[in-house]
Design a protein. Sequence first.
Length: 416
Amino acid sequence: MHPILPDRTFAWQALEDTLRSLLQHSGYAEIRLAFLEHTELFKRSIGEVTDIVEKEMYTFKTASGTSLTLRPEGTAGCVRAAIDQGLLYNQQQRLWYLGPMFRHEKPQAGRYRQFYQVGVEAFGFPGVDIELEHLLLVSRLWSRLGLENIRLEINTLGSAEERAAYRQVLVDYLRQHESELDEDSRRRLDSNPMRILDSKNPAMQELLAQAPKLMDHLGGESAGRFERLLQLLQEMEIPCSVNPRLVRGLDYYCHTVYEWVTDDLGAQSAVCAGGRFDGLIEQLGGRPNSATGFAIGIDRLMLLLEKQQRLAPRPLPDVYMVLLGERAEAAGFALAERLRDQLPGLNLVVNCGGGSMKSQIKRADKSGAALAVLLGGDEVESGEVSIKYLREEGKQIKIAQAELPGLLRDRLDTKT
Ligand code: HAM
């Protein structure tokens, strides 16, 4: 678990602002979720035989013996909150959340134990139009961020009944080839055979490519719904490839599942993943209702922005105010307050901690400010300020304090 340091938080905030604005402008409202939930919630929703529940949860017992878990993802907690708070009765909900998630995974580039997700969940939309809306939203995000080289892989898992029937067909096939399975897959044969399809083991690729496909075992309704979604995506010019082996690592999905993947991040290729999870609300004690959503890994998105040189630059101060001597202190802060009142867009740093002219100018330079505004005893006396240009040619000048807002306003106007 690593802190996000001040030289990076600017870019994080810029990304979060973009996400917020995009979601709010599409009718999504933020929900702030609990970080801790009863362990049982994740076991029931994500599934007992998944990597997350088997190996990755931070679980502990409270003094009274209750087992709690730091949230490894947001969907389960979001559904719980929506049921508990009565958000699902006869209404549609478009929700989003943003925050840290916790998984005890082996850390590596792009995979962390505390990582950030922005998640979107929509309740009460049975048709594939909501899947289309979500995919368009994510696609718009990529283009707004200037990102390239992210592709959409999509699949359908069918209904719970179709999946159960297919599961048996798959197990029969894999049993015939049990000797070719690796240890992990053999273990999963009884508990979670669909996840075997997801295996990255090169030795098993041929076997898995030949495996029966769920797509061929879908009923007409499920197949039609998937066809419709693919057709809509084509009409909206969202390229995608159908990956019949995409099953996802969480058990709550049905019908549509998808991942947005990139080759620019090494092994951790998924930057966004989601799908439909209609059964989960009922499973967690609510009235049956439809549900669809996705989550974007913000840490990975930041790595990708950096790789593709699209990180938002750090905003630098417009002005660093140098204060020389005791009299300049109160006068300088008063001037700074007036400037902040008059120019809300101004990025202004006032020197604190005293220092000689030389050392304050050094700090001004290090801050990245464009101008140093100097105020000493003489300037206080005469109602003036000196201006030193730190990044451009230009002699130091002295102007009346009253002229300073006008000069700065002109500079701010040309900046924007
Ligand atoms: P997930 O596939 O487990 O799905 O995670 C979604 C995204 O979170 C991944 O594609 C990845 O970008 C990021 N992520 C996951 N684990 C890590 C990690 N250890 N370090 C860095 N980034 C990570 C879910 O969590 C579902 N709740 C998504 C969803 C929402 N489905 C429906 N609604």
